[in-house]
Design a protein around this ligand. Structure first.
Ligand code: NIG
Ligand code: FE
Length: 428
């Protein structure tokens, strides 16, 4: 034990899930590192020590205590794929889809993403932040302590920067920590219809260097945002995606890709080849592309809320990905079109039913592997000394209630960087 005195000991956890040991590949997924009667010693914003309650209370007799009440304690969820910052809503399109119009048909008609682009372009920065803030709080209240957010509803340099400003503003407000991604290639904007190559050139020659320069002057010291592309029929093909991602890589940006949401184009193999942090969606992924992911460091991010939201039959083939040795993570995809749901807990419930994961696997996919998908596996995603004190206390004493139950919030308390936020009333 070290000489430092903790600011707080969180003790009396029926089950402390540490998720220790790093990201979990293939058949290793689901190692919870469970300590019964567990405790965590916190020093400021960081974890100081992990062990059994008796042991830590004896080691630090003078420290302040917080009783977990014989409930489950686990790392905060990490949501590595959202589009949380937007203006307006698309409730009207939900009805159109129920009447039989497909998501990509609505986009081709100038709706879909392009409808949110119109609303986001006209919103002021303040309006954008105000409309997105409740979603950030909803994610936090459901146990997400770090969340990635993409731009992609501006599609001009200026309005994409406005979205980055909104992400940085919400991150500065806290307590939710936001990880930014530039998704200028989310759709071909109306003014470039029929000229996709010209828009790709604009992204490569003006937007990427412009974002890079803006970041250096306005957010220097913070790691560069990720760069993502919607690689899909009706959006950007593999050659266009390659052009954008290779340019981004040359500028030093870390990479992500939306691949195989509706059709298999080969975007996942491209992500693996370029060393992207993640390839996301992966619903229609071919065996060859699954193999490429399994042999790479690229995290396969499954978004089960999206086929659920679109009422489609196919989900990410998680078992095949795990058999190939891939790193699998779960995310919400929170967005106004396909999946407006801020709760990763609901994604766990879907993953257990629709992707064949056990609760143990789903929990690891939503914590340490989610952290790996945003290159933060050394700072968050598990309960280990030196990491950020981002923890959850659940309302249950058995972790398997995650996945088993759905539609109610099982998180009672969120601890973010060592600060305690009760998010549901304590039991009587
Ligand atoms: O991940 N498919 C592309 N992007 C989002 C949807 C965005 C939207 O419809 O507004 C997705 O599903
Ligand atoms: Fe998405």
């Amino acid at each position: 034990m070290t000489q430092t005195t903790p600011t707080l000991i969180l003790h009396n956890a029926s089950q402390l899930l540490t998720l220790s040991g790093g990201p979990q590949r293939g058949s290793k997924l689901g190692s919870l590192g469970l300590i019964e009667q567990g405790a965590v010693a916190i020093q400021g914003e960081r974890i100081l020590a992990v062990g059994q309650s008796d042991e830590l209370l004896r080691a630090y007799p003078g420290a302040a205590r917080y009783d977990a009440g014989k409930n489950v304690v686990m790392p905060g969820f990490v949501d590595p794929h959202t589009h949380l910052v937007w203006a307006g809503d698309r409730a009207d399109e939900f009805t159109l889809r129920l009447q039989g119009k497909s998501y990509m048909e609505i986009l081709a008609m100038g709706g879909g993403i392009l409808s949110t682009v119109r609303a986001t372009r006209t919103a002021s920065l303040e309006e954008l932040v105000a409309q997105s803030r409740p979603r950030a709080w909803a994610a936090f209240a459901h146990g997400t302590t770090t969340l990635e957010v993409k731009t992609g509803y501006g599609l001009t340099l200026e309005s994409e920067i406005k979205q980055l400003q909104a992400i940085l503003a919400l991150n500065a407000e806290g307590p939710l920590e936001l990880v930014p991604t530039f998704l200028g290639a989310h759709a071909v904007p109306q003014e470039f219809q029929g000229r996709t190559d010209a828009y790709v050139d604009l992204v490569c020659d003006e937007m990427l260097p412009g974002i890079h320069a803006w970041w250096q002057s306005e957010a220097s010291g913070q790691p560069l945002p990720f760069v993502d592309v919607f690689c899909e029929q009706g959006a950007f093909d593999v050659a266009q995606s390659r052009q954008i991602l290779e340019r981004a890589l040359a500028l030093g940006f870390p990479l992500k890709i939306h691949a195989d949401e509706f059709e298999n184009l080969g975007g996942a193999a491209l992500a693996a080849e370029l060393g992207a942090a993640s390839a996301d969606h992966l619903v229609k992924t071919s065996p060859e592309d699954i193999h490429a992911l399994g042999n790479s460091g690229t995290v396969a991010v499954a978004l089960p809320g999206t086929p659920f939201g679109l009422n489609e039959a196919d989900y990410t083939p998680a078992r095949a990905l795990l058999a190939s040795g891939a790193l699998l993570a779960l995310a919400t995809d929170t967005n106004p079109g396909t999946a407006w749901c801020e709760s990763l807990q609901f994604m766990l419930a879907l993953a257990c039913r629709k992707m064949g994961l056990t609760p143990d696997q789903a929990i690891a996919a939503a914590t340490i592997n989610g952290a790996a998908a945003v290159n933060r596996q050394n700072a968050i995603g598990s309960i280990e000394p030196g990491k950020q004190a981002d923890l959850l206390i659940l309302d249950v004493n058995n972790y398997r209630h995650l996945g088993y139950r759905f539609g109610t919030n099982l998180v009672s308390t969120v601890i973010k960087r060592g600060r305690i936020y009760p998010v549901s009333p304590p039991a009587p």
